[in-house]
Design a protein around this ligand. Structure first.
Ligand code: ADP
Length: 482
């Protein structure tokens, strides 16, 4: 079975209108040929009519000369009549050549020549009897010639009527041919336009709808989710889609493998770390005679163990968020109360630096996963504390826009240069200042994924020396596709 590829569709787009144009041009040329043939016929009929007119003029002039000859018997008039008859005969010969194939006209011309020949003969008779000077007797002899004149007139009128009728017919056919040619041109132009438009629309619709699926699948590729939509057909686009599907299957497989490995490692690391933390706590409680230095060391080990466990937890969470495996447990949450809870979590850190945190968030409700958004606000607050000077002020404000609510954490720290703001939300990204301050560089990346999984956006406004404003917005009602 034939499966059209993109090249075939392109060829069809070019060849179908071309074939249509060939038919159109053939129709136009046939109507042109018909018009030319009609014009030639009209020309020949007009020429015939011109000759007939001339012949008629000559015959009637000859008749005039005869009338004069009848009245005064002048030889000059008779000779002139004969001369005019000769000329008329020549015209009839020319007409006979033009009337080739027209038997009716040839017959009439033949009859006409016969009457002219008879006239010439009668004139000859008159010439050889010059003694008949009496007008009456000449008129008597001319009676025949007059009768002949009437006959000639009838023949000429019949030819003229025939030719006029024929000319009329040709002109009507010419008008019809012109109207037909006009209709062919207009219909051809319109059909050409419609055909081209329909073909382009069909091909463009076919390609764009499939390209859209391809782009959707390409976007889903890094998210490690199963690709559901498939590009139909058997051309280059469907082949590309098959490749994307194959790549997606491989990526999902390797992501599953990586996740399994990571979970195993996390479990193997977390368990001894947690056990060590418990042992340390027991050691702290039971060893009353610990030296100050020993106690400091134990606290240090405890902090390091806590950081390691937190890092493992963050990495696991990031992994789940990246592969879209984290399910949100959403419900209506009071955002002011949520910011209060986050402030409480970081209060000990804030106290260490004498930093005041002002919660100015309004009592708005949003449909969110409380623990996840709490994690985001806590991260933004602990960053704000980390990068603010002692006795600084941190404000948390809110603004309601159409269908969404925006929370901003404003600090009075050193702020960020434009180049420092780029890639801030990518995992492990830290500014030089951030590296000095410690941390893993995962907090903002996790926050971004949490906010995006709620269908929201996150960002930062900051200028060096003017503090930073980290903001995020979440829809008041969570969109159904998240
Ligand atoms: P961490 O705080 O563990 O380094 P984050 O992802 O939370 O990781 O932050 C990434 C980096 O962004 C920080 O290291 C720091 O360079 C920068 N940053 C975050 N918050 C602020 C802030 N409020 N002021 C200045 N820099 C900040």
């Amino acid at each position: 079975m034939f499966h059209p590829r993109i090249i075939h569709k392109g060829l069809a787009l070019a060849l179908i209108p071309l074939a249509f144009n060939v038919i159109w041009i053939a129709l136009l040329s046939s109507s042109l040929l018909r018009a030319e043939a009609l014009m030639a016929r009209e020309h020949s009929q007009t020429t015939i009519l011109t000759h007939i007119n001339k012949a008629t003029g000559l015959i009637f002039s000859s008749f005039g000369q005869l009338a004069s000859f009848a009245s005064n018997g002048s030889e000059g008039h008779r000779a002139k009549a004969e001369e005019l008859n000769d000329e008329a005969r020549k015209e009839i010969i020319s007409l006979s050549q033009l009337a080739e194939g027209d038997s009716k006209l040839l017959n009439l011309l033949h009859e006409l020549t016969a009457t002219i020949d008879e006239d010439s003969h009668a004139l000859e008779t008159l010439k050889v009897q010059p003694e008949e000077a009496n007008v009456l007797s000449r008129v008597k002899r001319l009676r025949n010639l007059v009768r002949q004149g009437g006959l000639k007139n009838t023949i000429l009128m019949s030819i003229m009527n025939d030719k006029q009728a024929e000319l009329e017919l040709i002109r009507r056919s010419e008008e019809e041919a012109a109207a037909y040619a006009h209709a062919v041109v207009v219909a051809g132009l319109i059909s050409n336009f419609v055909l081209a438009l329909v073909l382009i629309l069909l091909i463009v619709k076919d390609v764009t709808s499939r390209l859209r699926i391809l782009v959707e699948n390409a976007h889903l590729l890094p998210k490690n989710t199963k690709l559901i939509r498939q590009v139909g057909g058997h051309d280059e686009l469907s082949e590309l889609d098959e490749e994307i599907h194959a790549a997606s299957r491989q990526l999902i497989e390797s992501a599953d493998h990586r996740r399994g490995l990571m979970q195993m490692m996390a479990h193997d690391l977390r368990s001894p770390l947690a056990a060590s933390m418990v042992s340390l706590e027991i050691l702290q409680q039971n060893q009353k005679e610990l030296t100050a230095a020993g106690e400091k060391q134990i606290r240090l080990i405890g902090n390091n163990l806590k950081t390691s466990v937190e890092l493992i937890n963050d990495l696991l969470l990031l992994e789940s968020l990246e592969v879209g495996h984290l399910t949100l447990d959403c419900g209506p949450e009071n955002l002011r109360e949520l910011v209060d809870a986050a402030t409480l979590t970081v209060s000990s850190l804030a106290m260490l630096k004498n930093i005041e945190i002002k919660n100015e968030v309004s009592k708005e409700y949003a449909n969110i996963d409380r623990n996840r958004i709490l994690q985001v606000v806590t991260n933004l607050l602990s960053n704000a504390i980390k990068f603010s000077p002692s006795r600084g002020l941190i404000r948390v404000v809110s603004a309601k826009h159409e269908g969404e609510i925006e929370i901003t954490v404003m600090d009075s720290g050193r702020g960020l240069a434009p180049e420092e703001k780029a890639n801030l939300f990518q995992k492990f990204h830290q500014t030089n200042e951030g590296k000095k301050a410690g941390g893993s560089g995962l907090g903002l990346a996790i926050s971004k994924l949490i906010i995006e999984s709620h269908g929201g956006t996150i960002g930062v406004n900051s200028e060096l020396g003017k503090g930073s404003e980290f903001w995020f917005s979440v829809p008041i009602e969570r969109p159904s596709d998240y």
